[in-house]
Design a protein around this ligand. Structure first.
Ligand code: ATP
Length: 456
């Protein structure tokens, strides 16, 4: 059985080497598990986000968009239960002075060697677990007075619930309908780590789908299926994706059913996205706390009810990490190893690279002409630096599906070679109609050429 070459270390190294993601404030030694995104990281995460909007909004008539503020009135977090209950259990080690999330203790490395995990040796001296609130606090206004404490949102969802009435007024929608938003969320995670899997600042992609109460079960199933298919349609291998229903003991206080979409990361099966049936918990809580009537009423039918909510909540950075892990591959080509990101063409940061074979004889001029035309239709990159082999390898490492090479024959008959990233097949194609042909190939169905099997 072919072994998957991917490890987290290789992903981190590639991300750094090719400028996808690197530690934030690196020249000052970084700041705990916080990352900056470079050129290709911005493009890749942007494509993940765009694919989400495409599926959640543009391909449907029952979802509208929202962009709510990061800092809301603190009463939002009081009503939602976050101030009292958005906590993780934390333990301290009196010996090594490190802090650990109590429910992950068996996976966390201890501060003292040779102990492998926290609490493993007789020297480890752990405190009892106590609750630690994950919300970041700051103050609003010039004076640090009482009542000036505000919070950075720990999820985008509450911004949706508190705008339910506003949206009803202008959106001309009736349940079942949804409100979607993407944006940064902040959690003071006790033990962030595993690269961009768990960070303190991250981007969420959340949608709250408001339904008549008796349709909640049906829509919960719908969103579990739809969200699983989103990852599969974007090329995640089915063997590496699963839907796991929460046990009743795992359910949040507001949820009657939750299923996690999990991906088999190099660190093991881990949550990519949660799909939850939140019932009427949020709208009822905000109605009670604000004194506003938050419900759906239809005077024509004479019906009135508080909609129930189905929430698919995904992370853009975590999804990007899954796509990177699923895409990473190494293979031997003509006696040399090549590293290649077999990303779905829709997600690839650059769709086509235009490469003059030589830096003379009119090759660069012709290649720039072709690049100028292609860039109108797709993200195209021109590169003339280094040997052609090096340039191909660079494009393979950033996952560019096609490389167009201009050579001496191009100047004679207006054709170019088109090299395909996965198969390494090269075709000779006319420049005329090239953009249409590449566009057609980029839209064609794609499945990962990596073996669709579980690691041995
Ligand atoms: P976890 O159990 O991993 O802490 P969660 O169940 O608290 O996650 P949710 O509140 O359901 O996460 O958030 C929805 C999604 O947001 C997650 O599935 C994940 O993709 C993303 N997410 C949550 N916390 C983080 C984080 N600290 N870093 C990166 N992404 C995150």
């Amino acid at each position: 059985m072919a072994q998957d070459a991917v490890t987290m270390e290789k992903i981190v190294a590639l991300a750094k080497r090719r400028g996808f993601v690197f530690p934030a404030s690196e020249i000052y030694g970084g700041i705990g598990s916080t990352y900056d995104y470079g050129h290709y990281g911005v493009l890749l995460k942007g494509n993940v986000r765009e694919a989400w909007w495409q599926s959640m909004l543009r391909e449907r008539d029952d979802v509208v968009a929202l962009d709510s503020a990061i800092i809301q009135n603190p009463r939002v977090w009081e009503a939602s239960g976050h101030l009292a209950g958005f906590t993780d259990p934390m333990v301290d080690c009196r010996t090594c002075k490190m802090r650990f999330r109590a429910d992950h203790i068996d996976q966390l490395p201890c501060g003292k060697k040779p102990s492998k995990t926290a609490g493993e040796t007789s020297e480890c001296d752990l405190t009892e677990a106590r609750d630690f609130n994950l919300m970041f606090q700051t103050t609003m206004g010039a004076v640090k007075e009482e009542g000036a404490t505000v919070y950075l949102r720990p999820e985008t969802a509450q911004g949706i619930f508190v705008n339910f009435k506003n949206v009803l007024q202008f959106a001309r929608k009736r349940p079942p309908f949804g409100i979607a938003q993407t944006g940064k969320s902040f959690r003071n995670e006790i033990t962030p780590g595993n690269f961009i899997f768990r960070t303190r600042e991250f981007e969420q992609m959340e949608m709250e789908f408001f339904v008549p109460p008796d349709e909640a079960d049906k829509w919960f199933e719908h969103w579990c299926d739809t969200r699983m298919n989103w990852y599969l349609d974007l090329g995640i291998r089915p063997s590496h994706l699963r839907l796991r229903a929460h046990e009743s003991t795992e359910l949040s206080h507001y949820s009657s059913a939750t299923s996690d979409i999990e991906y088999l990361f190099p660190i093991g099966w881990s949550e990519l996205e949660g799909v939850a049936n939140r019932g009427d918990f949020d709208l009822t809580a905000h109605a009670a706390a604000s004194g506003e009537k938050i419900e759906w009423s239809d005077p024509q039918k004479g019906e009135k009810y508080v909609p129930h909510v189905i929430e698919p909540a995904a992370g853009a950075d975590r999804a990007m990490l899954a796509f990177l892990c699923d895409a990473y591959d190494e293979e031997e080509v003509e006696g040399e190893m090549r590293t290649v990101l077999r990303l779905h063409p829709r997600l690839a940061p650059v769709k086509v690279a235009v490469l003059p074979l030589m830096r003379k004889d009119g090759h660069p001029e012709k290649a720039k002409e072709i690049h100028a035309e292609l860039r109108q239709r797709m993200n195209s990159e021109y590169d003339e630096g280094g040997s052609i082999g090096k340039r191909y390898r660079r494009q393979d490492e950033i996952g560019t599906p096609f490389a167009v090479t201009v050579d001496h024959q191009t100047l004679e008959d207006n054709t170019v070679t088109v090299r395909e990233r996965d198969s390494l097949k090269q075709d000779r194609l006319p420049i005329e109609g090239l953009a249409d042909e590449l566009d057609r190939r980029l839209r064609a169905p794609w499945i990962s050429p990596k073996p669709d099997v579980l690691p041995a």
